[in-house]
Each structure stands twice: as structure tokens, then as C-alpha cells.
Design a binder for this molecule. Sequence first.
Ligand code: ADP
Ligand code: MG
Length: 322
Amino acid sequence: MGEFELISHYFAAASCAQAGEGVALGIGDDCALLELPVAEQLAISTDTLVAGVHFPHSPDPFLLGQRALGVSVSDLAAMGATPVGFTLALTLPSAEPDWLQAFARGLDDMAQRCAIRLIGGDTTRGPLSLTLTVFGRVPAGMALTRKGAQVGDLLCVGGELGDAAGALPLVLGQQPAESAAAEVLLARYWSPVPQLELGQALRGKATAALDISDGLLADCGHIAAASGVGLVIEQAQVPLSAALLAIAGEPLALQCALSGGDDYRLAFTLPAQYLAELQQASLPVRVIGRVVAGQGVSLLDVQGRPVQPPCSGYQHFGSARD
Ligand code: ADP
Ligand code: MG
């Protein structure tokens, strides 16, 4: 199978590659063309996933397709943007029809959930890696950035943390993955569902936001630095799922939530006046701390005493994840 046959059969033919709102021209020409409503800005983000670094070697291709797109669209959610389109640069060791079919189905599945269109890409031979660029739209001046947290704001997250980090030993086959709790964690790792609705609801309310990809403490550090404030996290308020507690036990579950990566839930700072309104709209808003004068992220135990964070998040080219 040649490159062009591969593109047309598996990607151009996918339902997520068909014409849609905001896409004037999709796959097949030298560029795609996007149509942006007047007074909206284009939000753009790129993510690369490399086999053996961001996912295990020989992953299930359906799950890989889901995960690659979910992880990328999460950045649009974090900015409060509405997805429009994405490109896929795919490097593959060989063109296996079954693999490609399943991968394209996984991608399509996540694309339907996020209402985003595949608008182009590139296909090359080499060790398995994926680069996705996502495009979204947001009313001008309304994007949620990391800068803007104000002293006195609440620090919130979009639900339970640590599940994906808790799934890692299962993903890597180091721990049996048969129980119902294990299935919950594996689904949170392989199918991260971007918090698009929450991100859009936070426009004009949250003062700063991001999606947690490298661990709560590390990512909150980015908000603190960009906003020039300190963040205080109450350890007892960090939401942990029953599944994670069942698999990992309490101290490890908390460590997964604080320092493990791959959550793809939003963390944001919010003036307290908006809390009730968001919670009444059934949005997953959990208060875990507050914004204070100062710098950095500090952690408090149940008695309100400062505790030493276990370790910060994951960094490529930095110290290894322990
Ligand atoms: P060019 O040579 O102009 O860069 P290509 O031959 O690489 O174009 O690709 C032809 C068309 O197919 C382009 O519209 C490109 O965006 C699209 N495309 C290539 N690879 C992929 C892919 N993996 N997924 C989606 N679209 C792709
Ligand atoms: Mg070209």
C-alpha cells in the first residue's frame, strides 16, 4: 500500500475527515482552510507522542488513536476554546491494514466526542510517533491563560486526580489489570475525555487555567509563576477516586494525584462568587485550595500544617519520574 492510498483509505475516508463547521477545505490539497467567525481568535496547540516515552511500545491501536487525540484536545479545553480541526503527522514503521483501521477508528471515536475534524497531516515511515496539532476558536480576549490568578481566588480542579498515573503499572503489565477498579483506571489513561464543557463555562469567570498533564503540583507551579502569586493546596481536599484508592492505597493514591501525570483535568483559579453557579450547572468543580500572596505551591496537611510535597511532576530532559 502506497502513502496516498493509505491516506485516502484510512484518514480521508474517516467520518471525522468529512466537511464540517469551520472547515472550508479539508484533506487533499496543499493546505486546509479554516473559517473563523468574526471577533474570534484561533487557539493552536501541538503535541507529540513517542512510542516508549508517552505510551508503551506496541499499544492497542484503537486506544492509541483515542488517547492521542484526547490529550491534544485537552489543551483546547484548558483555554476555553471550542474545537474546530486537527492535523495528524503520523510516523509508522510499516503500513499494517489492521493496525491502521483500528487506529483510525479510535481517532474517529474521540473526534466525534469532541466534535473536531481531521483536516490534514503527514505520513512518513520510521519509529512509531504521532504529532497532532489542534485548532480551536475562542471569542477574542476570552481565552483562559495561566496568567491572571488573583490573591483570594479559590484553586479548583475538574474532578478526581491520579487515576491515569495509578494506571501506569497496569498499562506496563507490572500489575494484574483484571478487576473493575483496574478497568476504571485503564479507561482514564487510554481515553482521557477533554473537559471542553467545563473550559467553555469558565470563560469570563476563571482568572487562570490549564490542563494537568505533568502532575498537579508541577502544573499549579506554572499558574503561580505566570500569575506572580502563591498557591496553597489542602491535601485533604484533593479528590481521589474509589478505584484509585482500591488499587493503590491511600499514601500512593495521594502521590499519584499530586505528582503523577496524564490527568488531563483542568486546574483553575476562580473568584468565590462563581462557585455556586458552576456547581449548580452540574460542572465538576472541586475546591482544593486558594491563591495567596507570594510564590510557588505549598501543601497543607489536615491540621493546616505545611507538608513537604512528595516530588514534583514529570519533565523530559529533567530528573526521572520516580
Ligand atoms: P504535500 O506533499 O503537499 O505535503 P501530502 O502528499 O503529504 O501533501 O499529503 C496529501 C494530503 O493528505 C494533504 O492534504 C495532507 O494534509 C493529507 N494528509 C497526509 N497525511 C495525512 C494523515 N496522516 N492524516 C490526515 N491527512 C493527511
Ligand atoms: Mg504540498
